[in-house]
Design a protein. Structure first.
Length: 97
């Protein structure tokens, strides 16, 4: 949700300014080869795959996404909603087993 942020260093501080808090985004590969994305709080999410140097959507869900996927690089994008800022996971690589 929204908050105020202020940069401070040693004895000096700046002015407080508004900022939106982001949701917590987790992306991992489970032991059985499933891609698992979790967004907290449960917000709409988009799973994207890197294809020809472009991130393209391959799945949508709310809060949780769990599915076997083809080998490739994946990430999760969460558009800003309900007072939360946009969020993006780090990419994860799924290898053929």
């Amino acid at each position: 949700h929204s908050t105020e942020l202020r940069l401070a260093y040693n004895a000096g501080g700046g002015y407080a300014g508004p900022g939106d808090g982001g949701p917590r985004v987790s992306l991992r590969l489970s032991g059985d080869g499933r891609l698992r994305a979790l967004v907290s709080p449960a917000l709409p999410l988009r799973v994207e795959r890197l294809t020809h140097a472009q991130w393209l959507p391959v799945g949508r869900s709310t809060g949780l996404f769990e599915r076997r996927v083809a080998p490739g690089s994946y990430r999760v994008a969460v558009p800003g909603a309900d007072g939360y800022a946009e969020a993006m996971s780090r990419p994860i690589t799924v290898r053929a087993s």
